[in-house]
Design a protein around this ligand. Structure first.
Ligand SMILES: *[C@@H]1O[C@H](CO)[C@@H](O)[C@H](O)[C@H]1NC(C)=O
Ligand SMILES: *[C@@H]1O[C@H](CO)[C@@H](O)[C@H](O)[C@H]1NC(C)=O
Length: 206
């Protein structure tokens, strides 16, 4: 914990010195700071909020566009898949991720890089259709406090903002930072780029 203080101080200074007046618009919730953060912010043109929200919720289609989360399966507490492969609060998520990400574009036949496969098991703890936000949380949270938020918002004129952020703290955070911070950041950005490619490639149609 002691190590996180200087990093936070530097981050805070940078944020304030680059945007002294106005923070940019965000649809992500305020969360307590941690040891490090992975995040992405991408404007997607010529699309709709509904199309972006549907893409994030449709886990079964992730392999078609997502260079980070190559597969995602919503399961119950016994790891039995849900009837529909969509996020539900209180369900769990079994994922296979690529950290760092695969190069874009990807489809469901794109082979994994076997050296970069990271399985993940998380609790889906927020599904907020009204706010167009989703979050899942690493378990056990006593080992690593890490909640991945994703949000989409309508900026008007056919422009949709995709945001994702995960703040890491807890006993495993330093190890994760040493091993994967750079790759995680690249993967977060790649998912945003993949979503942009998917939605702009379809010309705004669902
Ligand atoms: C479900 O799968 C995860 C990941 O493999 C595992 O950690 C967990 O213990 C499993 N839960 C059950 C009830 O088998
Ligand atoms: C937006 O999508 C429409 C319909 O698919 C397409 O005709 C148009 O060229 C696109 N516009 C831009 C700026 O990409």
């Amino acid at each position: 914990m002691r190590k996180s203080i200087p990093i936070l101080a530097i981050l805070t200074t940078q944020i304030h010195s680059t945007s002294p007046q106005q923070e940019p618009y965000t649809n992500l919730p305020d969360v307590p700071p941690g040891l490090f953060t992975s995040q992405a912010r991408v404007e997607i043109h010529n699309t709709t909020l509904q199309a972006a929200w549907n893409a994030l919720n449709d886990f079964s289609s992730y392999p078609d566009w997502n260079p980070f989360v190559r597969s995602a399966l919503a399961v119950d507490a016994k790891n039995i898949s849900l009837e529909r492969n969509f996020p539900i609060e209180g369900a769990f998520l079994l994922m296979s991720t690529q950290i760092p990400p695969l190069p874009l574009p990807v489809n469901r036949y794109t082979p994994d890089n076997p050296l970069h496969i990271n399985p993940a098991y998380e609790l889906i703890n927020h599904v907020q259709p009204d706010l167009h936000r989703l979050a899942w949380q690493f378990i056990p949270k006593e080992a690593l406090a890490a909640e991945r938020w994703q949000a989409v918002s309508d900026l008007g004129g056919g422009v949709v903002l995709y945001e994702s952020r995960e703040v890491f703290s807890g006993p495993l955070a330093q190890t994760l930072k040493d091993l994967l911070e750079e790759g995680l950041q690249a993967s977060f950005e790649a998912q945003g780029a993949g979503l942009k490619l998917l939605l702009e490639g379809k010309g705004g149609k669902q």
